[in-house]
Design a binder for this molecule. Structure first.
Ligand SMILES: [Mg+2]
Length: 191
């Protein structure tokens, strides 16, 4: 994947992290790579997003950093391990990872503010309107809608549902089936 500002904008799948990319830690935080459990079905989903020519971007809240439960270096190490595990498994990792940490110098805004999606869209030349978001909480879906994303998938989990997504699933395999159906009619892979 390369950043080419001259290229046609590409759609992305935006991923919430905890409860989507990895198994939800519940009300707490994932403080180390040892505690990070990749969700079943993630490899297949990410591989197919990239085969489609789409980008894959994580937009996550990691306020454990702002609460001094972990350092920015701890968070970076978890994400570096995630990326290398994905590259070893399927040949590619996420194109970008954007994290709101709640520290005074954090450049990002908390969900449901759409800032992380809009920043990624600018940096990666993303076609937001054709993009999708997969999340497990109301704030994920609200953030996507605020950014102008029309297609949202909620992975059912611990969180109560107050803000409906366009699709609701129980697994990443189901999410991939929905995207695959969508790609067969809409998002043709680029030449
Ligand atoms: Mg989540």
């Amino acid at each position: 994947m390369t950043r080419d500002p001259q290229a046609q904008p590409r759609p992305a799948v935006f991923f919430d992290r905890d409860g989507v990319v990895n198994v939800s830690p519940g009300p707490g935080y994932v403080l180390s790579w040892e505690a990070f459990q990749i969700s079943p079905g993630l490899f297949d989903l990410l591989r197919d997003v990239h085969r489609q020519g789409w980008l894959a971007i994580i937009v996550t809240s990691q306020k454990g950093v702002g609460k001094n439960l972990m350092t920015q270096a701890d968070l970076d190490e978890i994400h570096a391990n995630l990326q290398s595990t994905l590259r070893n498994g399927i040949g590619s990792g996420f194109d970008g990872i954007y994290a709101y940490t709640g520290t005074p110098d954090c450049p990002h805004r908390p969900k449901p503010d759409p800032e992380m999606i809009l920043t990624a869209a600018r940096e990666w030349n993303i076609d937001v309107k054709r993009s999708w978001l997969i999340g497990d909480a109301d704030r994920d879906i609200e953030m996507a809608v605020s950014a102008g994303i029309e297609h949202t998938i909620r992975v059912r989990g611990d969180n109560p549902i107050g803000f409906p997504a366009t699709h609701t699933v129980d697994s990443l395999a189901e999410a991939l089936a929905i995207l695959t159906r969508h790609w067969s009619v809409d998002g043709k892979a680029p030449d």
